[in-house]
Design a protein. Structure first.
Length: 434
């Protein structure tokens, strides 16, 4: 008997009909002789709607209250799903994150899991029932309800799979797996059968929201095999694991099967991200210590910075510009903190730009192939797209463009690296892509 953790995203449970459809799938998994734990997201775009609602009350809602509000979305879907499964003659019980033993720190809005003690979930499956757990939420040591950040139900699922020693964690969504690019933007994107934790980490960190970054980090730490697949089809999806696995070559002589990780493909995909903005500190005196001071203040404002670019200073002025990118949401506090630094550092002004887009080409083996960046820049040139910032790592090249050029840029790069599928278009079954 296998223990399976299944996670259904918001688009898979968007309305009553979808909840009943998903319930059938869960009941079938249970009837096939498995122990089943289900993690569920809020229905459709409920989380965004709740955020909008809070925004109509006050521009800066207290974080504790916002967390209580947002967790209500998952309470609706978990209870309805339990009812739907029970209706099919399979016993099911729903639990909040707190009841399921998901213990977090006290950082509202992006709490981190500190412990997973799923006694009640274990008891429930041992009694032969399906346990439904509200995703994206936990409880702090002060007994306050917390949320794990957007996309956090993926993390709940992987953490429960690790805590329960599940055989697999299945992430059900509205596309057939992990593709070489977001199928909403690149219809010719190709589904990949397997991807390593490292590559998936880099894709998720670069904006491919099909799996939340923290969920991948967790899966890698506890070696949880994750199967990303569609709840709208029965197609096998993408397996995210530590290596490419044992590839069985039916023609290889005995004893010569490849058992070690294969040499990774050079490119695993193109990710994009519209959630960042750019701040430029203009006219910074080019002397030791200024960058340190600027980024101390940025860090103090709680901003998660990503790319940083500093120009050479203009020879006659001794002044330079420093630009960096950060999530939109971190911008107000960061701009306020930097404004407070103007007299001390003596920079000329601050510029804020939230109309940027970032794309990242991800793949192992990038470093040993210097032609990769030339090809990427050439493809953007041919598409007439201007590059505003560049950063590279061993397995990633990222560029910032105008936001309205981003989709074209992603498609141009996808084609330039021969990632386009030979067999038809990728299917997006549902969801708003929000
Ligand atoms: P869920 O509601 O199931 O959590 P999400 O909207 O969070 O679903 O994630 C699924 C979406 O991720 C897809 O509909 C797709 O638009 C997007 N996506 C972005 N990059 C990729 C990629 N490389 N492969 C597959 N999907 C991707
Ligand atoms: N409902 C939450 C969100 O929309 C968590 C999740 O779906 O993973 O971010
Ligand atoms: Mg998601």
């Amino acid at each position: 008997m296998a223990l399976v953790v299944q996670k259904y995203g918001g688009s898979s449970v968007a309305d009553a009909q979808s909840i009943k459809r998903v319930a059938k799938r869960i009941a079938a998994t249970k009837r096939a002789g498995n122990e089943v734990v289900v993690v569920v997201s809020a229905m459709g775009d409920t989380t965004d709607e709740l955020l909008d609602l809070a925004g109509q009350i006050t521009p800066l809602p207290p974080q504790r209250e916002l967390d209580i509000l947002l967790t209500s979305g998952e309470r609706i879907s978990m209870s309805l799903l339990a009812m739907a499964i029970t209706n099919l003659g399979v016993k099911a019980k729903s639990f909040t994150g707190q009841q399921a033993g998901l213990m977090t720190d006290a950082v509202h809005g992006r709490a981190r899991l500190v412990d997973v003690v799923p006694h009640r979930i274990r008891e429930t499956v041992e009694r032969g029932q399906v346990a439904i757990v509200a995703g994206f939420q936990g409880v702090s040591s002060t007994n306050d309800v917390t949320t794990l950040g957007r996309g956090g139900s993926d993390t709940t699922a992987v953490a429960l799979a690790a805590g329960l020693g599940a055989d697999v964690c299945e992430i059900y969504t509205d596309v057939d797996g992990v593709f070489t690019a977001d199928p909403r933007i690149v219809p010719g994107a190709r589904k990949v059968d397997r991807v390593t934790y490292e590559e998936m980490l880099e894709l998720a960190a670069s904006g491919a929201k099909v799996l939340a970054l923290r969920a991948v980090e967790y899966a890698r730490r506890y070696d949880v095999p994750v199967h990303v697949r569609s709840s709208f089809s029965s197609t096998t999806g993408t397996l995210v694991t530590g290596t490419y696995g044992d590839r069985i070559d039916p023609n290889a002589p005995d004893g010569e099967q490849e058992e070690t990780p294969m040499e990774a493909p050079i490119i695993s995909g193109v990710a994009h991200d519209r959630s960042e903005a750019k701040i430029t500190v203009v006219g910074v005196p080019d002397k030791p210590g200024t960058a340190a001071r600027i980024f101390e203040v940025v860090a103090g404002a709680g901003a998660n910075i990503d790319m940083i670019v500093q120009n050479v200073s203009a020879a006659h002025t001794g002044l330079t510009d420093i630009s960096f990118t950060l999530p939109h949401g971190d911008s107000p506090s960061t701009l306020a903190a930097l404004n407070g630094l103007q007299d001390e550092i003596g920079f000329a002004s601050l510029q804020y730009d939230d109309q940027i887009g970032k794309l990242s080409l991800v793949g192992a083996g990038m470093k040993s192939h210097p032609g990769v960046s030339a090809r990427l820049f050439g493809a953007l040139r041919d598409a007439g797209i201007n590059i505003e910032m560049i950063s590279t790592s061993e397995i990633r090249i990222s560029v910032v463009t105008r936001e309205d050029a981003l989709d074209d840029a992603v498609r141009a790069i996808h084609t330039a690296f021969d990632l386009d599928s030979a067999d038809g278009e990728a299917v997006v079954y549902a969801g708003s892509g929000r």
